[in-house]
Write a protein that binds this ligand. Structure first.
Ligand code: ARG
Length: 730
């Protein structure tokens, strides 16, 4: 999972007072800027220390830095091209799932690391794509032409249709192209991104988790950090440089338009840094009431539900190596999300975000109401939205708890895979051939699911999550089928009944038991299907989700959408002098800023960098999170770091006030000349509310210093050939 500046504050205070900007917290360093906005903020970047021009970063007629920035998949992470042979760097945690997929108990790359010593050893990753941005375009005018006179109720459908037309046109321009249109500012503007999508991406190297995930969940989301959170990939193309599916014989390494040089002289306090990448989601323009709403719904749910699922997983991972490896990636991302929301909830309760937002909202409200034309244009967006959220609060809570506790259980997922088989079995005139074909495709589809499925573990997780659900959601707010089922389930209390119900489903249903499932698939019968307790429960869960919860949610979202759009439009008109950075939405962004320390709390001053000695200080062989591999310990104790470190000191990680979020993981941190100095991998504990409001005093991007990356590759892993493939500059 998942940051810039300085010039803006210098704007005249008088002007800010006149415009009511005093309370808006526009500060240097905030903003995930679109590449097409860079020319507007170029002077601010230069003031912060940038020494190139905006056109060096983004332009469409010549190679630019943007050509070296890689979107992994749909933007789950970012990566950067660092050689003329398509070599790519990203985070260890971004490749974690790939590493896990290639790992077995015998060849445990998660624990021991993996290094391809030649091209032939690089490992393919079916399904993984790597894309670079060809161009970005504001298509708002074209969209608005199509939206003229369209009633609100049809707006969504028209946007979807026109977005697809625009995207498809771009995709057709060239083989490998993919167009993608997304709204920004709650649908006030629309942006087209055109990507070149590469489909042959191989794993080249990864350090052991004791380096790549050093500090584990304890250190996650925290500074000071000593994690070597990097891994190495390579993009391949067809013989003519075209996008092509994996082919070990035919394909060749990508010849990129542009790759990043690697700076080996490091950074100093105050140095300019910028990050380009694919931040996923921020919600910087939410109203104060909306924050309360989120805290009472999503944040609570994640802590309750994901927390109890992860605890159940961990207990079994600790007991069995096979389970440990199979669930490693799911567990890591679950815990990452869990700790994110935990930190955010803490912050929401004490950072006073609501108060800051309310102060701004008072100004906005007055500004609207002071002019009848504004009232006519925007209405009362804050009040209207709060009203809608209030109406929806309980339904929303019901929905998200239900979907996690019941809808998101393994037996329901398996049920959903069986849709075709269900149809075949329930057909008026059953057709044996069709039924057997559906059984076969069910078997194939399940196979993938089953590699991460452990019956006893899922039973335990279901029992616990169901119990929390019953605790949180009143009987009156639960679907009747569930209350009825619980009445029929033996037990003294909800805890017993949850356990008992989970036991019935996970002992008796073929949805949960691979042997029973195979028996069913080899002789599928409508009678067995109907009688199965898992199928019966999954069916009710599905129906309730599709017929009650989803329609209510769609209706609520549809009511809120125009109000959110108007609120955003009002905010933008209210602060008409401000250049707005759109919320993150997995499109390419740039954030600029500086290397900077911070004060986390009274009496404590955090340095802006860490060194190898911290690794040795944190070492704890009794905790899996703080093991230091022997070889690394030897290398570090020798103190010979030249050319990666000086004077017996090796910098491991550093912080800067860049504005990043999840999806930026793996992004290049570049200096004023756009040379690579580090790889961004995390945010800090004091800024867990940063996705909701940027706080320049404490919000930091945590990056692994590129010199530590090179050191690990070269000295620890013996993969010096990879270092030599890059272009190192002093
Ligand atoms: N918090 C990081 C992010 O969301 C992921 C860190 C992964 N490391 C870990 N120890 N789980 O980008």
């Amino acid at each position: 999972m998942k940051i810039f500046f300085r010039a803006l504050m210098l704007r005249s205070i008088a002007l800010m007072l006149v415009l009511g900007l005093g309370s808006t917290h526009v500060r240097a360093d905030e903003g995930m800027w679109l590449p097409i906005q860079l020319s507007k903020i170029e002077s601010r970047m230069k003031e912060a220390g940038f020494s190139l021009s905006a056109a060096d970063l983004y332009q469409i007629n010549q190679a630019a830095v943007k050509d070296a920035i890689v979107r992994l998949g749909g933007g789950f992470c970012t990566a950067e091209i660092v050689s003329d042979q398509g070599l790519v760097l990203t985070n260890h945690h971004c490749a974690y799932d790939l590493i896990q997929n290639h790992s077995t108990v015998e060849k445990d790359y998660l624990t021991n690391g993996f290094w391809a010593m030649n091209r032939a050893q690089e490992l393919p990753n079916p399904g993984l794509t790597a894309s670079t941005l060809v161009r970005m375009e504001d298509v708002t005018n074209r969209m608005n032409d199509s939206l003229r006179n369209v009633p609100e109720a049809q707006r969504g459908a028209v946007i979807a249709k026109v977005s697809k037309i625009i995207a498809d046109e771009a995709s057709a321009e060239k083989k490998g192209y993919q167009g993608d249109v997304r709204p920004i500012f709650y649908g006030n503007q629309f942006i087209l991104s055109v990507y070149m999508v590469y489909k042959d991406v191989r794993l080249v190297g990864a350090p052991p988790s004791s380096i790549g995930k050093f500090g584990g969940d304890t250190d996650n989301w925290m500074w000071p950090r000593h994690t070597g959170d990097f891994s190495v990939l390579r993009i391949y193309t067809g013989p003519n440089g075209e996008s092509a599916e994996y082919d070990s014989l035919r394909n060749i390494p990508l010849k990129p338009n542009r790759y990043l040089s690697v700076c080996t002289s490091g950074v100093q306090n105050g140095d300019y840094t910028m990050v380009m990448g694919y931040p996923g989601t921020t919600n910087r323009y939410l109203s104060a009431d909306n924050l309360d709403f989120n805290l009472a719904t999503v944040n609570m749910m994640v802590e309750d539900m994901i927390g109890s699922r992860m605890q159940a997983y961990k207990e079994d991972m600790d007991k069995d190596d096979k389970i440990r490896i199979a669930l490693a990636s799911t567990y890591a991302s679950g815990m990452n999300t869990y700790k994110y929301y935990q930190g955010q909830s803490l912050g929401l309760r004490k950072d006073g975000l609501g108060d800051k937002k309310r102060a701004h909202e008072n100004g906005l409200r007055q500004w609207i109401s002071s002019d009848p034309a504004r009232v006519a244009l925007y209405g009362q967006p804050l009040e209207t939205l709060s009203g809608l959220l209030n109406q929806y609060r309980n339904d929303y809570r019901k929905m998200i708890y239900f979907r996690q506790a019941l809808g998101n259980q393994a037996f329901v997922r398996h049920f959903r895979i069986m849709g075709d088989l269900q149809k075949a079995l329930e057909a008026k005139k059953p057709d044996e051939a069709k039924t057997m074909a559906a059984a076969k495709s069910t078997r194939d589809a399940l196979k993938e699911n089953m590699t991460e499925y452990f019956q006893a573990t899922e039973q335990k997780a279901f029992a616990r999550m169901l119990r929390v659900y019953l605790d949180r959601i009143n009987a009156a707010d639960r679907p009747p089928f569930l209350n009825d089922l619980l009445k029929k389930t033996e037990g003294e209390n909800d805890k017993d009944r949850s356990k008992e119900l989970a036991k019935i489903i996970y002992k008796e249903s073929f949805l949960t038991n691979p042997e029973l499932m195979e028996a069913f698939l080899s002789k599928p019968s409508a009678k067995k299907w109907k009688k199965d307790p898992g199928v019966q429960l999954a069916l009710s869960i599905n129906d309730y989700t599709n017929q009650v919860l989803m329609p209510a949610d769609r209706k609520a979202q549809a009511e809120q959408a125009p109000v959110r759009r108007q609120l955003m439009a009002a905010n933008m008109a209210y602060q008409s002098q401000r250049i707005f950075a759109p919320d993150a939405n997995s499109t390419l962004r740039l954030t600029y800023g500086n290397i900077k320390s911070y004060v986390p709390r009274d009496g404590v001053d955090y340095k802006w960098f860490t060194t190898h000695s911290g690794i040795l200080q944190k070492e704890d062989p009794s905790s899996e999170e703080f093991i230091v591999p022997n070889k690394l310990k030897e290398d570090l104790s020798k103190g010979d770091f030249v050319p990666y470190g000086r004077d017996g000191e090796l910098v491991t990680c550093f912080i800067s006030n860049n504005d990043i979020t999840g999806g930026n993981s793996g992004s290049p941190v570049m200096n004023a000349r756009a040379e690579l100095v580090g790889i961004a991998f995390d945010g800090n504990w004091e800024s867990m509310t940063g996705d909701l409001m940027f706080n320049d005093k404490v919000q930091r991007t945590i990056s692994v210093d590129i010199r530590y990356v090179l050191f690990v590759m070269d000295r620890f892993a013996g993969a010096g050939h990879l270092v030599r493939e890059m272009k190192l500059v002093p």
